[in-house]
Ligand binder design. Structure first.
Ligand SMILES: [Zn+2]
Ligand SMILES: [Zn+2]
Length: 272
């Protein structure tokens, strides 16, 4: 169906449900939503819509996975997010809960996503993959095990699993932001308040605005000069390819590299 509608993007489908992002014309994306809503297996499926000029993905990928978001737990410990999950909070409830003094806010995404933007005061685990969460919680969870915990992620999908895992591990009470940062930013009442920086997205846009109030600010900085810089670029050394913040003027004078080591490796390869 996606091919017929000329949609592009990434879709993961499994027994837990379906999660994905696609781009296409208004007519095509509407036809896609109608078809999924009509499927009895996907009752209650939620969509978040962003306008954009043209496709934001280079191609289409639809894959089956045993877990929609992989925590990689042994089968007996696995969480069924449909059965066990943190209490869902609407954007407004989440904003109110964040203002309470006893809460702990946990960013349920990877470190490089949180570096671009996150909720004020959130703990942002320095992980590169969702599967590292159980280990991170094991090492750091004692400090907040019995406090009210607010979790959030991009679209609310990873948190269904993360919050369920935390409940099972005896944390809490555990709450999750329903619909994630994306829905929070679209809510006309909270207007993204308390979110600093941009929300990382896994398509060509990389970062999207969330906070539409006067408190919006850029929190990421050029790694060379320290000026505010909201655009990620990949280090030009292919073996490195790390996502880094380098401002336009440092890109021009130094190049898009992490540092001397990566730059010298490329210079040496070019002169060889
Ligand atoms: Zn700079
Ligand atoms: Zn590098």
């Amino acid at each position: 169906m996606c091919e017929r509608l000329d949609l592009r993007g990434r879709i993961i489908i499994g027994a837990e449900g379906l999660n994905g992002t696609v781009s296409g014309t208004v007519d095509a994306t509407e036809a896609y939503m109608v078809a999924l809503r009509e499927d009895p297996l996907l009752t209650g499926i939620e969509f978040k819509i962003d306008p954009s000029e043209g496709h934001v993905f280079p191609k289409l990928s639809v894959k089956h996975r045993t877990e929609i978001v992989r925590l990689g737990l042994p089968e007996m410990d696995d969480i069924d997010p449909n059965a066990l999950s943190g209490v869902r909070l609407s954007p407004r409830e989440f904003l109110e809960a964040m203002e309470r003094e006893d809460v702990v806010i946990i960013d349920g995404r990877n470190g490089y996503e949180a570096d671009l933007g996150h909720f004020k005061g959130a703990i942002c685990p320095p992980i590169d993959n969702f599967r590292e969460f159980p280990e991170w919680l094991e090492a750091n969870g004692e400090h907040f095990r019995d406090r009210p915990i607010l979790t959030y992620c991009t679209g609310g999908i990873r948190c269904e699993k993360l919050s369920g895992y935390m409940v099972k591990q005896g944390f809490g009470p555990v709450y999750q932001l329903d619909g994630g940062i994306v829905k929070y930013g679209k809510d006309t009442e909270v207007r993204g308040r308390n979110f600093d920086g941009l929300c990382y997205v896994f398509d060509e846009r990389v970062g999207v605005e969330v906070n539409h109030t006067e408190t919006h600010q850029i929190i990421s900085h050029c790694r060379h000069c320290g000026n505010p810089e909201p655009r990620y670029g990949n280090c030009r050394l292919p073996e490195c390819n790390r996502q880094i913040f380098v401002c336009p003027s440092c890109r021009e004078s130094f190049g898009l590299y992490c540092g001397e080591t990566c730059r010298e490796a490329v210079t040496a390869a070019e002169s060889a």
